[in-house]
Design a protein around this ligand. Sequence first.
Ligand code: NI
Length: 188
Amino acid sequence: MSVNVANLAILHYPEKVLRTPAKAIKQVTEETRQVAERMIELMYEADGIGLAAPQIGLSISLFVLDVPSSEKNSPETDPPSATGDAMVFINPKLVAFEGAPEPYEEGCLSLPDIRGDVLRPPVVTVEATDLDGKRFTLRASGLLARCIQHEFDHLQGILILDKMTQMARLKNRTAVRDLEREAEHPKK
Ligand code: NI
């Protein structure tokens, strides 16, 4: 992989790479760190709380997130529901889910103007590698658990379009069609 990180930008549905399962990262290198750093920048610029590598055209198993503290979410709760700072997840695996799936309205930086309810278990345990190449485990709740599952889906080529409730799908039909049309006839 040889990437000019300055050229990376967030891609929109229906880009093919968003539907492609991402490949495992064999070794954490300086380039991995540069890509992750650039992804964190792009996420902040777009006012997002998570971004997965396929969203910037790289089919590699990496996502970043920064879930801010709020009235409902905090890095101090057990399990935490916010990050407190940016986090990098390399080759993540979801190893446990807890609780009955709950609906919550999600958006996605690759699906502008689309928001809809997605059902997900409220607590998740993720295993991943950090930028030092060390494996870590995190059990998360609240918005953090949701964000981890959303970004993990991106690495499988899954989008919220696939998981939204039927009502949300109906509500967003026109916006989805607009994105597909824009890809066929890009605005200059
Ligand atoms: Ni997304």
